[in-house]
Design a binder for this molecule. Sequence first.
Ligand code: F0G
Length: 376
Amino acid sequence: MASKPRAGRAPLAQSLRRDPPRGSRAGLIAKYRSLLPVGPKTPVITLLEGGTPLVPAPRFSAALGLRPECVLLKLEGLNPTGSFKDRGMTLAVSKAVEGGARGVLCASTGNTAASAAAYAARAGLRCAVLLPAGGVAAGKLVQAFMHKAEVLAVRGNFDEALSLARAAAQRTGWILVNSLNPFRLEGQKTGAFEIVEDLGRAPDYQFMPVGNAGNITAYWMGYRQWHGLHKSGLPRMMGWQAKGAAPLVLGRPVEHPKTIASAIRIGKPASGDRALEAARDSGGSIGAVSDAEILSAYRLLAATEGVFCEPSSAAGAAGLIRFAEGGGLRRAPKTLRIVCILTGNGLKDPDTPMTLKHRLREIPADEKALAKALRS
Ligand code: F0G
């Protein structure tokens, strides 16, 4: 009788030491290993994240009075859990496993929680997520449940949940996987590498939403690192907060942040100083857009480009509309390239679209009724 292969820890541990096979989607650690703080012993906890498309947005460009090829959308919602967080999480969770962590924890407006829960499940680690009670989009909450995280709804806002999580991480030895964890930013900087590889150079401008301010910090790190190696240029970093949650624009914390864009409903951004530095050093800026502007960009991208992002992601695109309408792009050269980072997938938040007006007509199941409906 042939002996059965022995299942158990050893083969699993070995397979975690190896980079997965390189297909069209290799996973960030495999692709950018030499530029990341990983060693031969670091386990690779991956869902083959990254490699997201940079999609031209010709109608959006035209609506801004630009040539069709000027604006490109980086679709981060196509990462495995539907947001850019997976770039940071593959690294943070791999390093947590390497360090012998018992579990990982985070505070989150939803996407970090979904990503941490998924990568922890894959690593066989425990995961606890602290969410502002009532402040998380339904799709993100169900992800945390399905990946079997310990879900804790904190009666307070994100900033309060984050200070609780930081204190708990210090006391318990569970690893904090918010963007305060330096490995998160190391992973997220790879978004900049991909953009420069796709365009053959850095874009002239990058527009993106800002919440806890980790992602803009990470992109700026990535652009600078690549420029140091390949002289690829640097973009102006244009970060956008929601008006009711704009501490970096006001220059002071916001105690009760308010916006429909729940992912960026944050009043005390942990990496605020670094975000301001990125904007200043790159010749960019941090601005604020209203909820009405966010919803208008959200609808425009979905209706005219076929790209459905979550409301927070649309804050960057709304910022671009504001900037262009204010004359910021007048006398643009032919070669102008602007990238908007669309940070999360629209399907994560099924409730916001239902607050908007749509046409839904019920018809009898007969051909004449259908023909009539199609004429009107
Ligand atoms: N866009 C989306 C979809 C997000 O989920 C977040 C942050 C941001 C933009 C802002 O990125 O915080 O790096 O400036 N979400 C965090 C979370 C706070 O808990 O999921 P940032």
